[in-house]
Ligand binder design. Structure first.
Ligand code: KIV
Ligand code: ZN
Length: 514
């Protein structure tokens, strides 16, 4: 086979992905995701927008200090304050990159910036020069490039490359482009910008019309050398180009694209699960590559074909994306080695102490549930190891309730390790009763905006997984709880969200709103 052209994968889960409503993450969670992205093999991690808040600055700085072996990038608007702050956060990185952006489309120039074309070019050049004075690796994004007049876009791109930009990113900020158009924009830049060979062309697509992956692939086909994307496609509004989809499309159809990425595709599913757990944004069952049904064949004709030759209905092997097919079910008598082996093959690398804790919780679960499936083990790992520090932890409840009657709930928690309890008679059902008891006990009053229950695995004794979204102080806070008892799972989910509130949010500037 002829030589494949390398395409860089720029992951912006921690920046654009975090702009999904309700997806804000704390420092520990961001570091955990950053380390998972390194293992996944991404080329660039966009760690955040340092000027946005002290919390964003701290997380970019921590990722810059601790993450090795990949480029760490921070976003900045095109002004000295943003750029200097980004550099302050990034300077400890092994391979730092400053990402400067400024809108270029007529609608943004006229209504948002109130700047002429000449002023936009001058500001973009000044921003890139300042960034290059600090850092050798500078990316420039003409925001809303896909709606920018092509002549003006070519002019901006040439000017910023002359000023020192090493990557020029073409964002479809509002998800308006089509694949043919995106192909045309990249082809025009390559044909018309005289210094284009001095920079890598990148693409950054949003999914408002469901075209983010298709548009990114069209850009690659036209010669783009970097794709910006997020795990599970999370991001502003309808989200960004999904990393797992674009990577697997390039790999599965390398006959068409002739490109290769450095992604270790076997880490796709574990990374997807980690991001879903931390952000609380669940992956739809039918989501390509990482959805629960992505490799499930239901129709009899398909199953028959698969048994004869899997390639009849399967274009990718599940194991290539990190889904190990297994019929192995663990139970009461399974040992530590079998558990460690299952956890490892599901993508969880555990320290000896973590394995011991997992083993204890596995044994407790096995007393309540006969067969322990992969989903149970994943849920145990995720609720335990992705958990935040807990101010309030669930200790138990006693409930008396009948249909049509107001429930009485006694709720017991450990508050910073000290046992506390409250009893109330209130609510229009047991879940509401538990919710009100938690409010009374913690003193944190919230509005429940979302409450979902689903089974982790199959069978009547399957564990229930509850996810909640609570509104407090104008912000949404997520929580997740898992148990064979759905009321216990609900209490744990409410308490997890309350613990997030107790940790306290930090105010931030939103890149699209400045
Ligand atoms: O969508 C967008 O335009 C962005 C830029 C900041 C690159 O996220
Ligand atoms: Zn974006």
């Amino acid at each position: 086979m002829s030589q494949l052209r390398p395409v860089r994968i720029f992951d912006t889960t921690l920046r654009d992905g975090e702009q999904s409503p309700g997806a804000s993450m704390n420092l520990t969670e961001k570091l955990e995701i950053a380390q998972a992205l390194v293992q996944l093999g991404v080329d660039i991690i966009e760690a955040g927008f340092p000027i946005a808040s002290p919390g964003d600055f701290e997380s970019v700085a921590a990722i810059a200090r601790e993450v090795r072996g990949t480029t760490v990038c921070g976003l900045a608007r095109c002004n000295d304050g943003d750029i200097d702050r980004a550099w302050e956060a990034l300077r400890a990185a092994d391979q730092p990159r400053i990402h400067v952006f400024l809108a270029t489309s007529a609608i943004h120039r006229e209504f948002k910036l109130r700047m002429t074309e000449d002023e936009v070019v001058a500001r973009a050049v000044a921003g890139v020069r300042r960034a290059r004075g600090l850092c050798a690796d500078v990316e420039f994004s003409p925001e809303d490039a896909a709606r920018t007049e092509i002549d003006f876009l070519c002019r901006v791109v040439e000017a910023v490359i002359d000023a020192g930009a090493t990557t020029v990113n073409i964002p479809d900020t509002v998800g308006y482009a089509t694949p043919t158009q995106m192909h045309g924009v990249i082809a025009a830049l390559r044909a018309r910008v005289p210094n284009i060979d001095r920079a890598v062309i990148s693409v950054h697509c949003h999914d408002d019309l469901g075209l983010a992956v298709a548009n990114s692939l069209a850009a690659v086909e036209a010669g783009a050398g970097q794709v910006e994307c997020t795990i599970n496609g999370i991001g502003e509004r309808a989200g960004n180009c999904s990393l797992e989809e674009v990577v697997m499309a390039l790999r599965t159809r390398c006959d068409t694209y002739g490109c290769a990425t450095g992604i270790n595709t076997r880490r796709l599913v574990p990374t997807s699960r980690l991001v879903a757990t931390i952000t609380g944004i669940r992956v739809p069952r039918n989501k390509a590559i990482v959805g629960r049904n992505a490799f499930a064949h239901e129709a009899g004709i398909h199953q028959d074909g698969m048994l004869k030759e899997r390639r009849t209905y399967e274009i990718m092997r599940p194991e290539d994306v990190g889904l190990e097919k297994t019929d192995l079910v663990l139970g009461k008598h399974s040992g530590r080695a079998a558990l460690a082996d299952r956890a490892r093959s599901l993508g969880y690398q555990l320290s000896p102490e973590q394995l011991q804790t997992l083993f204890d919780r596995f044994k407790a679960l096995a007393d309540r549930k006969k067969e322990i499936y992969d989903g149970d083990i994943a849920a145990l790992c995720e609720t335990q190891f992705a958990a935040l520090p807990e101010q309030f932890s669930f200790a138990g409840y006693t409930l008396s309730c009948a249909s049509g009657a107001i429930p009485t709930v006694e709720l017991r928690v450990l508050h910073d390790g000290v046992a506390e309890a409250v009893t109330i008679t209130a609510g229009d059902g047991p879940v509401d009763g538990i919710f009100l008891a938690i409010e009374k006990l913690t003193g944190i009053v919230t509005t429940c905006r979302d409450f979902r229950v689903q089974a982790v695995t199959v069978g009547k004794d399957a564990q229930a997984e509850v996810t909640v979204e609570l509104e407090h102080g104008g912000e949404l806070h997520r929580g997740r709880g898992v148990s064979t008892d759905s009321l216990e799972a609900s209490a744990k989910a409410f308490l997890a969200a309350v613990n997030r509130i107790a940790l306290g949010p930090s105010p931030r500037i939103h890149p699209q709103r400045v």
